[in-house]
Design a protein around this ligand. Structure first.
Ligand code: ZN
Length: 418
């Protein structure tokens, strides 16, 4: 396959845990608006429609209860809505359906209808809209298989059905799944396995629990694989190939667009969660996964840090001692940490279509920590940092750099090295 230089875009949505936090908070306060498509267009009188729709509404109610009352007793459990085979495949099936999204239960919805596939299999399709960044922002079209069982209707993830049709390639604890048309690179896959094993060892993991790694030709195919037939994160960049990947720790699944068999970034995310034993990721994870793994947009870390140096030189108004990750945008579209100069009051991750500087800044911090105290010090930063807000405190503790010095120290480090 011939390709000129592919300069890829980085999607801020790459790391589920880091990016979705502000969205979830936003949804929680929002009003919900649920509608069904116009009865002239969909037969809402059919018994199957009524039963499946009722079942779907109950599932969303369960989602809401689990999310809002996760630490209090509640009666509805989302797990009860999934088919047995789904729960065997995915301990946390909601996460596949939600993919990169916050819980649907807090979003506006337009229910499109139910379609029969065979005697026991139906599919429902629905659209969700969020309140962010503006009211009624399209989020995605979702197709969800519904099986009719002796215990009533049950949900099953589209991916669980699709993966039965995929080709597989297994090497040790790692199994790749990909559609028949995908140009799988066996050599790269082996290389990645060996590299990931080395990092696992350095992190102190004795035996890696098996991971399934899904590969697709592009982001659109990847989303279709999960049952997302239209998405806010797709079709938003016309002049570059979008590389995209993410990991679902509890389900031990990773997916990636073409070439992902040569990238170990998402595998390292899974390793970090394995060691942390919970799903609470934070920003520094990205620095570690890029530094010891790969930069997710198929360029070298060296190239990206060179771009970060230029970016910071071109934007002297950015103060990394105020915010290491995000800034407001002024009327000219430049980043600023001054909220009074903000054109819309929203915070944006530092970066552009070619570079995710939010991640690159974390790579610099990771490199500085590793050079000072090796993997032991990196692990302290990984596991002792509880929230992103604590990162300055951790930087002072581990690197001896005070918050007010961070901006100067990072800029100086880049000037000397890149
Ligand atoms: Zn990542």
């Amino acid at each position: 396959m011939t390709k000129k230089v592919i300069v890829s875009a980085v999607l801020m949505a790459l790391c589920f845990a880091v990016v979705n936090e502000p969205l979830v908070a936003q949804e929680e306060n929002g009003e919900r608006n649920n509608t069904i498509r116009h009865p002239m267009l969909v037969d809402t009188t059919s018994t199957v429609f009524k039963e499946v729709y009722r079942f779907w509404c109950d599932y969303k109610q369960a989602q809401m209860e689990e999310f809002v009352m996760r630490n209090r007793p509640h009666t509805l459990k989302t797990a009860d809505f999934w088919a047995k085979e789904e729960l065997t495949e995915n301990p946390n099936p909601d996460m596949i359906l939600q993919s990169i999204y916050p819980p649907f239960a807090f979003m506006n919805e337009e229910f499109l209808g139910v379609s029969m596939r065979n005697d026991t299999l139906y599919e429902l399709q629905t659209i969700f809209y969020s309140h962010y960044p503006v009211e009624n922002t399209f989020e995605g079209v979702f197709t969800v298989p519904v099986v009719k069982t002796q215990d009533g209707y049950k949900l099953i993830n589209k991916l669980t059905l699709n993966m039965r049709k995929y080709k597989t390639y297994q090497i040790g604890w790692l199994t790749f799944y990909y559609p028949y048309t995908y140009p799988f690179d066996e050599e790269k896959a082996k290389e990645s396995f060996n590299r990931a094993n080395k990092v696992a060892k350095e992190l102190g993991i004795v035996e890696v629990t098996p991971i399934k790694y899904f590969l697709y030709e592009n982001q659109t195919e990847l989303l279709h694989g999960m049952g997302v037939d239209g998405s806010i994160i797709d079709f938003n960049l016309s002049n570059n190939i979008i590389h995209y990947g993410h990991s679902l720790w509890q389900n031990r699944k990773v997916d990636f667009t073409q070439g992902g068999e040569g990238i170990i970034h998402e595998l390292l995310h899974v390793f970090i969660y394995d060691l942390r034993k919970n799903n609470n990721g934070h920003r520094f994870d990205e620095g570690v996964c890029c530094y010891f793994g790969d930069n997710v947009n198929f360029t070298t870390n060296e190239y990206q840090l060179g771009r970060l140096k230029e970016f910071l030189n071109d934007n002297p108004q950015i103060n990394l001692s105020v915010n290491l990750a995000q800034g407001y945008k002024d009327v000219d579209g430049h980043f600023t940490n001054d909220s009074t100069a903000s054109v819309d009051g929203l915070l944006y991750g530092y970066g552009d279509s070619y570079s995710n500087h939010l991640y690159n800044i974390q790579v610099v911090i990771c490199e500085m920590i590793y050079k000072k105290g090796g993997m032991d010090l990196v692990k302290r930063m990984l596991f002792e940092t509880k929230r992103n807000e604590d990162e300055y405190e951790m930087i002072e503790m581990l690197l001896g750099v005070k918050r007010e010095e961070v901006n100067g120290v990072i800029r100086e480090y880049l000037r000397e090295k890149y």
